[in-house]
Design a protein around this ligand. Structure first.
Ligand code: ADP
Ligand code: MG
Length: 701
């Protein structure tokens, strides 16, 4: 009889017991055996090789060096007394330094003998040294020489350490667990996939991830477990997509009709870019075959997503469907309404707007008209999603500037018609490919990767506080040319009051430098009553004010083509994607536009990278990749609520290749065997039948 299983509570493990069990549960969220098995080392100490002194840098973790002590002396006065030994191999010499237990160390180490020193290299005044190395006499005949393995290092906590569960302690517990339970770890991937992707068995992978004998074991274990993790996410996403396609028919937009053609040939004031044409074509194809479309359009700010959306909506109308377009804010909805109605006349199509501030009476007539089919395009905010908003025959929903629009909200829209409408999600925040594949793995993705011709790339410069006068001079010059200017201040919850003070002080300062009546200024921030905010925004939009001093409320979507300068105060406090979004508010007209990043003199390493990146490139995709490298995928805008990113081992910033391989593998499987009915895919089918414990699959959304 098996006494232990993967789900046995942790306290039953030899060396744990009730007391330590409690602490482990509280501190690590590890409740049973399989949880502990999945508590992986976060790094490994490399004792598989000796480093050469020449190769030591301060970037290395702990390493071991084989060398000879050539001299030693105790130096310094009483307070700063230390023992310094010169340690030499055939490539160089470093200092080993001890500040404590000097007498004892002095006795242990002998000048002329060979030792293994183990520690993290430091750099001081350009010279490498090691402080308090573990030191051991080298015995070439001993097998133990250098203790040749990779030692796992586990995260521990102060509390755990009180119960002797530092990394060494956890190592011990982990070791006895593996002895006990490893043979119960079952394979969950079919053999043919193991072979195809050169994966080691699951059992072996767990063994090696905790106790690798060498780098190659470790690499194999990591690859196997990361692959598995990403594979099952993709399996789930792509299966959902398949099921949905099978379950829902899509409205058929068979014809390119009169509205679409008239608009394209007569009303559209510019030539579409090739990228816009390509995406419209993708949408065309996707809405012709009776399958419901769920498509994400990624296009950098200013790439012309609105035109693509409008033409898709005309396509719907040509096929006797209605369309709607949802924006995240009232201002944006207004802008869409204005830009669309300025392109198409009322006798061409009927466009209406519905937001939270639509008066009740107007709202009633509007809703009635919508239900009777008197409205072709309804533009609005989230209000559109409410159940009272009913269409006669909704065929297409466009969701603008939303990366937070999750599966659930999409599902709510699907219910708006008997045949669920096609859904287009548009985002101007490019996200890294790996994230798109994970977060939107069930969506088709179109990319508008080209800006309209003739756009001058925005010039970005970085100025320090001491150069403020120069900035004011530059502002004057641009205003005199007839341009408008944004000045943006950071505002975050934690320091809201102070931030508002900064904004007010900044606005006052600007008002002094740019006095009435020649110059007019708008001030807008999130704490103002909506009405005042709206009023000030509109003044700026109409060109009545020259400078808009604001917090990030203007971040998303606002379109004032005459505004050609974006000044970002305290730019070191903004994240990369936010900076990019803000910069995208300018560069919308024919004029050369500028973005000025103001900062203090002291910048953290990351702030420096962010600012340098902004100055170097306008490419949103490149910026998003760097953003992910800096902050990790879990912190990228729009991903916070997504359980999909609770990855145990895989890392979307660095494991793109593995993700790609896993996704392609899944695509192939479904192509050959959409039902997973083939016996060779039995294990995969079983994955959807059973609840696996401890793999964290239940967390995967
Ligand atoms: P975004 O993708 O950021 O939503 P918009 O759709 O607001 O961009 O377009 C930005 C500006 O570019 C608008 O003023 C729009 O009229 C203009 N525009 C869009 N497509 C083209 C094009 N092919 N050629 C010239 N201007 C264009
Ligand atoms: Mg837009």
């Amino acid at each position: 009889m098996v006494q232990y299983s993967l789900s046995t509570p942790i306290e039953y493990l030899k060396g744990v017991g009730p007391q330590r069990g409690d602490v482990i549960k509280k501190e690590l969220g590890v409740f049973c055996y399989v949880d502990l098995l999945n508590y992986f080392p976060f790094r490994y100490v490399d004792r598989t090789r000796f480093y050469k002194i020449r190769d030591l840098t301060a970037d290395l973790q702990q390493v071991q060096v084989l060398g000879r002590i050539v001299s030693k002396e105790v130096i310094g006065d009483k307070r700063a007394k230390r023992l310094v030994a010169q340690f030499k191999d055939d490539t160089g010499v470093i200092e080993l330094v001890w500040f404590q237990s000097l007498k004892w160390i002095d006795k242990v180490i002998q000048v002329g003998s060979v030792y293994i020193a183990f520690s993290k290299p430091n750099e001081f005044n350009g010279r490498i040294s090691m402080s308090h190395p573990e030191i051991e006499l080298y015995d070439p005949s001993s097998k133990k020489a250098g203790n040749l393995t990779l030692q796992p290092v586990y995260n521990s906590t102060e509390k755990l350490k009180q119960f002797s569960l530092d990394t060494k302690g956890i190592q011990k517990v982990q070791f006895s667990l593996l002895e006990l339970i490893l043979n119960q770890v079952e394979e969950i991937l079919p053999g043919y996939l193991l072979e195809k992707h050169k994966l080691i068995s699951r059992r072996q992978a767990y063994q090696f991830i905790h106790f690798p004998a060498n780098q190659s074991d470790l690499a194999q274990a990591q690859f196997r477990l990361k692959f598995e993790e990403l594979f099952f996410i993709q399996l789930k996403l792509l299966r959902n997509k398949l099921l949905q396609t099978a379950k829902f028919k899509g409205a058929v937009f068979a014809n390119v009709g009169q509205k679409f053609n008239t608009f394209y040939n007569e009303l559209l004031p510019f030539e579409l870019t090739n990228a816009q044409k390509k995406v419209i074509k993708e949408i065309r194809t996707n809405t012709q075959n009776g399958v419901q479309m769920n498509r994400l359009i990624q296009g950098d700010v200013g790439s012309g997503k609105t035109a693509v959306a409008l033409m898709s909506m005309l396509l719907a109308i040509d096929n006797d469907f209605q369309a709607c377009m949802m924006a995240p804010t009232e201002i944006l909805a207004q802008q869409h309404y204005q830009s669309i109605t300025s392109l198409v006349l009322a006798d061409f199509i009927n466009v209406e707007i519905l937001t939270g501030s639509t008066p009740a009476k107007k709202r009633r007539t509007l809703l009635a008209k919508l239900l009777s089919g008197g409205i072709d395009i309804l533009i609005g905010t989230h209000a559109l999603i409410e159940d009272v908003v009913q269409f006669k025959n909704l065929g297409l929903v466009v969701i603008d500037e939303q990366h937070r629009f999750g599966v659930e909200q999409r599902a709510k829209l699907w219910k708006k018609n008997i045949i669920p409408p096609h859904v287009l999600v548009m985002t101007a925040t490019p996200i890294p490919r790996t994230l798109a594949m994970t977060l939107y793995g069930d969506l088709d993705v179109s990319v508008i990767d080209e800006l309209p011709a003739g756009r001058k790339p925005i010039q970005t410069l970085h100025l320090y506080e001491s150069q403020r006068l120069r900035m004011f001079g530059f502002m004057k010059q641009e205003i005199d040319k007839g341009r408008q200017i944004y000045v943006v201040y950071p505002l975050i919850k934690e320091s809201e009051k102070l931030d508002l003070l900064h904004l007010e002080a900044g606005a006052e300062h600007i008002a002094k430098v740019f006095p009435l009546p020649k110059y007019r200024i708008s001030v807008v921030h999130g704490k103002m009553p909506v009405k005042d905010k709206e009023y000030e925004m509109q003044r700026f939009v109409r060109g009545e004010t020259h400078i808009m001093v604001a917090t990030t409320v203007i971040e998303v979507g606002v379109n004032v083509p005459n505004a050609s300068v974006m000044i970002i105060e305290n730019s070191e406090r903004f994240g990369l994607s936010q900076l990019h979004q803000l910069r995208g508010r300018v560069g919308r007209g024919a004029e050369q536009s500028f973005c000025v990043l103001m900062s203090g003199n002291k910048l953290s390493r990351e702030a420096k990278i962010r600012i340098e990146t902004m100055v170097r490139t306008n490419d949103g995709f490149e910026i998003s990749e760097i953003d992910m490298q800096l902050r990790g995928p879990g912190n990228i805008e729009g991903t916070q609520q997504s359980g999909t990113l609770d990855l145990k081992l895989a890392d979307l910033a660095n494991d793109q290749a593995i993700l790609q391989e896993a996704r392609e593998s899944v695509i192939k499987i479904f192509e050959d065997d959409p039902q997973l009915a083939n016996p060779k895919n039995q294990l995969l089918a079983a994955y959807f039948m059973t609840k696996h414990d401890g793999i964290g699959w239940n967390k995967i959304s």
